[in-house]
Design a protein around this ligand. Structure first.
Ligand code: ADP
Length: 491
């Protein structure tokens, strides 16, 4: 329950982080946009005022006449419009001669501060319009446009006019106020939207966490239903379900294994106990004690054999038994093991032979392949009555090497065939002394699988059995180096 709460908290934290990232991004974006548009607005306002001043400069040239170093405005005083224009031009106005000496200033220009003689001479020398922002004593900004003025007598003067920038400043201030007022509202609503969207997007993750929390060791059969939207979350759910399925299989295998092991160990332990009880309570002669002890020892042997085989098998199946692969030729390996089985085969009055054709190379762990052949041969010899025959064949197929172990033995009936590779499985009815641990074929199956091959069995009760092992043949053509290793394989 606690872990479930933690999972939910995690999802909530994720939702919070997503929303926070969204809010930070939104704030950055809005601020950048705000500054950009403020810049654009300021440029437009600036350009407008400069355009107006350029126009007014043209009007100055039309109306201004300099007479005896005094500015005189020539216009039709009855024309209201003209009067208005000239009045405006005269409001912010300065006239200076070519030496920089100021000849006239309007009161507003006076307040803004007259230009220095140096500055005036510099402007006159450059012949370029002169732009400047100046503030009145009350802090009101003015855009000043100055320049060269040549009168009818070709006399050069410096004239400057100006316009208040108060409206522009107010417009920009209003923009700032509105923007910074709207900013928190925009960020807040954007974040709320982000929170809502993140919540919706993460809801399936929540469901997944809840469903995962319900799955425990005892109900591994639970699966989270797919939403069939084909998105990343469906993919996650699919992967999760697969993982639980594999866990379930592995749990089942472990459970089966412990059941099998305890069952298998109980039989010899009961037998040992029985023999010890005989020795303790019923035996009276030295021979009887001896026999009980011998029987107990045999069971102990069987027990340790089982434990050793189990250990090996569990190491193999859990991947701890690393394969030492090398290029080997299967034919000589099989001939070698067949040779080793000749004596037991003769004792059982069986005909045992190997039929190996041309070179059949595989990339395999030599020791494990020997174990595989030995296990199959031992079974064939064990389950074939006197007078029968056992044949081991090696041939090459398409990209594969095929090993067949065939006997004319008792066979296995169809109903038992699917189980013979299971751990501890022995076909019911086989005689007690022949029965092994029931682990040989499990090990064979693992070896075949670990080498990327497969095993088939074909059997008829009373006629015989044939095991067919198919292993991928080595892709590399055996080079001379391989020949140096073949004597070992044939040894
Ligand atoms: P075991 O140690 O009992 O031989 P295996 O795992 O090697 O265990 O074999 C499982 C069972 O399959 C055996 O108990 C036996 O009944 C049957 N079996 C295996 N090989 C043969 C064969 N060649 N002929 C008949 N039965 C066989």
């Amino acid at each position: 329950m606690r872990t479930l709460l933690e999972k939910l908290r995690f999802v909530r934290a994720l939702r919070f982080r997503l929303t926070l990232t969204n809010a930070i991004f939104l704030t950055g974006l809005l601020l950048a946009l705000g500054f950009f548009f403020r810049g654009v607005l300021s440029n437009i306002l600036d350009r407008q005022i400069r355009d107006i001043l350029d126009e007014e400069w043209g009007a100055v040239k039309g109306y201004l006449v300099i007479h005896r170093r005094e500015p005189t405005w020539m216009y039709d005083r009855t024309d209201q419009e003209e009067s208005f224009i000239v009045e405006r031009l005269r409001r912010v106005f300065l006239l200076a001669d070519s030496s920089g000496k100021v000849l006239f200033t309007s009161p507003i220009y006076e307040d803004l501060g007259v230009n220095s003689a140096d500055e005036i001479r510099r402007v006159l020398g450059s012949k370029q319009p002169f732009w400047q922002v100046r503030r009145s004593s009350e802090g009101e900004p003015f855009q000043i446009r100055g320049g060269t003025f040549v009168d009818d007598n070709d006399q050069v003067y410096f004239v400057a006019i100006g316009r208040s920038l108060a409206v522009n400043e107010r417009t920009l201030r209003e923009f700032n106020n509105n923007f910074f007022l709207a900013l928190p509202i925009l960020i807040l609503s954007g974040s709320l939207l982000g929170w809502f969207v993140a919540g919706r997007a993460l809801r399936p993750v929540n469901d997944l966490a809840l469903a995962a929390g319900r799955i425990s060791g005892s109900n591994l059969s639970l699966r989270i239903p797919l939403r069939r939207s084909g998105d990343e979350l469906d993919h996650l759910i699919g992967t999760f379900n697969h993982m639980v399925e594999r866990l379930e299989q592995s749990f089942e295998m472990t459970r089966q294994f412990s059941t099998d092991v305890s069952h298998e160990l109980r039989t010899p332990l009961t037998a040992i106990r029985g023999q010890l009880e005989v020795a303790l309570f019923t035996a009276s002669s030295k021979e009887q004690y001896r026999e009980a002890m011998i029987n107990a020892l045999e069971e102990v042997d069987r027990l340790s054999q089982t434990v050793r085989a189990l250990l090996l098998l569990s190491q193999a199946e859990s991947g701890q038994l690393a394969l030492q692969k090398s290029l080997i030729e299967l034919g000589p390996v099989v001939e070698d093991i067949v040779d080793q089985f000749q004596i037991p085969a003769e004792e059982a009055r069986l005909q045992l032979r190997a039929e190996t054709g041309g070179p059949a190379w595989i990339e395999a762990d030599r020791l494990q392949i020997e174990r595989l052949v030995a296990n199959l041969l031992s079974n064939a010899v064990k389950y074939t009555p006197a007078g029968g025959s056992v044949t081991a064949r090696v041939r090459t197929g398409e990209g594969a090497v095929v090993l067949g172990i065939e006997d004319t033995g008792i066979g296995i009936s169809q109903e038992y065939l699917p189980h013979i590779f299971d751990r501890f499985y022995r076909v019911p009815g086989s005689s007690k002394e022949k029965q092994g641990l029931g682990l040989g074929l499990s090990f064979v199956a693992w070896i075949v699988k670990a080498h990327g091959g497969n095993i088939d069995v074909d059997s008829r009760p009373g006629e015989g059995t044939r095991f067919t092992v198919t292993l991928p043949s080595a892709t590399e053509a055996p080079a001379p180096v391989i020949e140096q290793t073949t004597p070992a394989a044939q040894a």
